[in-house]
Design a binder for this molecule. Structure first.
Ligand code: MN
Length: 135
């Protein structure tokens, strides 16, 4: 994924216009590509990364974790979220989900609905996510 905004969190108020940094995701992170729009691209410890994601029906991320946790806010559609050892639970527009630091989990669209969300995840040791095996 690429962005026209310099890496790191901006040092002053910054408006990013809708659609300025939207791209299809690379292979190896989900059961298929989805749309991801960078909203923030932190690089240093404690900075934030944030994105808006839109998944087609049936698309699920691989198992993964976030070193400093992740807040996920559902914009529209119906999604599924599951942590390791738990059950897959449905989430809908307006719901939010907190995944704890290093908690193995995945999120994805149900078989018959798109799933769009905003996620926010801080950076630690140069990354905001660690990808694992497919669900
Ligand atoms: Mn996640």
């Amino acid at each position: 994924m690429t962005s026209d905004m310099a890496p790191g969190n901006p040092g002053e108020m910054t408006i990013r216009r809708a659609g300025a940094a939207i791209a299809r995701t690379p292979d190896g992170i989900a059961s298929g590509p989805f749309w991801a729009e960078w909203l923030l691209q932190g690089r240093r410890d404690g900075e934030m990364t944030a994105m808006r994601a839109t998944l087609d029906p049936g698309i699920r991320t691989h198992w993964h974790s976030h070193p400093r946790g992740q807040l996920l806010y559902v914009l529209h559609g119906v999604g599924l979220v599951q942590r390791a050892g738990g059950i897959a639970e449905e989430v809908r527009a307006g719901d939010s989900v907190w995944f704890a630091p290093d908690e193995r989990h995945w999120h994805g669209a149900t078989a018959d609905s798109v799933f769009a969300y905003v996620s926010i995840q801080p950076v630690q040791d140069g990354t905001a996510v660690r990808w694992m095996e497919p669900v």
